[in-house]
Design a protein. Structure first.
Length: 291
């Protein structure tokens, strides 16, 4: 049995005339009659009562009509959803990120994407940078957002938005009145840092300090950049954080730009190349438009 058989049957059932049904379908009457006979033979019972004067549904035909209509409706819905998924307008997107990413363009993009693509289920997975890579490769997420992504032949990486860094100091810090601070002036300070063991971005910041002439004295390490501000406010050290994270203002700290060489905190989108598709493309396009 094919969907064609169901469409032919429904047309005859609605018109109760093989001639009228054939005209509505744009087919000749003899092939239509043969298709209905084939359908009845496959089912094993008559669906129509035929006389020289009238065509009527049998009791089996009445029940089969309801089932056929439901099947055709479901098949139509399935085809429409498949087309929407193919166009990137429906489906599921699993996004890996660290929570601090939501302070920048990504947070706005997630909100706007939900409005623009209501049939897409966008699922957010907050995790450490190294875990993001593992989840991408395992197929548990579709796209991730990282600063300083690792080189990996299995992954496609494109810059999602540009970002630099800012310093976070306690309000009472000796350098708090300074408008712009040289990194070299922080050589005697204690730092709170992103965890070096699983963040290439943290290693990048550490290398920038070494380039400025000192090895940072790190007292505490955390996974989330947003947590650094709270540690600074608690007096545990100073911090270098991405500029958009500084928008999560804290009353007990001040934020100051770093003088001299710009320290990059650019965010990159990553995905497994062979799994790219319209859904990922549509989401990334919106993220980049928000930057």
């Amino acid at each position: 049995m094919e969907l064609r058989h169901l469409r032919y049957f429904v047309a005859v059932a609605r018109h109760l005339s093989f001639t009228a049904a054939a005209e509505s379908l744009g087919v000749a009457q003899p092939p239509l009659s043969q298709q209905i006979r084939d359908l009845e033979a496959e089912i094993g019972t008559a669906l129509f009562e035929r006389t020289t004067r009238r065509v009527a549904l049998t009791r089996a035909g009445i029940d089969f009509l309801a089932q056929a209509l439901a099947i055709l409706e479901k098949s139509g819905e399935a085809m429409a959803r498949a087309r929407a998924i193919g166009a990137g307008a429906a489906g599921i997107v699993n996004v890996g990120l660290t929570g601090s990413m939501l302070a920048g363009p990504l947070g706005r993009a997630i909100r706007d994407f939900a409005v623009a693509y209501p049939d897409v289920d966008l699922r957010i997975h907050e995790m450490s940078p190294d875990r993001q890579i593992a989840m991408l490769k395992a197929g548990q997420t579709d796209i991730s957002f990282l600063r300083s992504p690792p080189p990996d032949a299995d992954l496609v990486s494109v810059r999602a938005w540009r970002e630099t860094v800012t310093l976070v100091l306690p309000k009472s810090h000796r350098l708090a009145p300074t408008a712009v601070i040289e990194l070299a002036d922080l050589s005697q300070e204690r730092f709170v840092f992103l965890r070096l063991s699983d963040s290439l971005f943290a290693k990048h910041l550490w290398a920038c300090c070494v380039e400025a002439g000192f090895v940072p004295d790190i007292t505490h390490e955390v996974v989330e950049a947003a947590s650094l501000t709270s540690l600074v406010a608690a007096g545990l050290g100073i911090a270098i954080i991405p500029e958009f994270v500084a928008r999560l203002a804290h009353a007990d700290v001040v934020y100051r730009p770093v003088a001299g060489k710009t320290i990059s905190a650019d965010v990159h989108a990553l995905w497994v190349g062979e799994r790219a598709g319209p859904l990922i493309g549509n989401f990334l396009a919106l993220v980049r438009s928000e930057a």
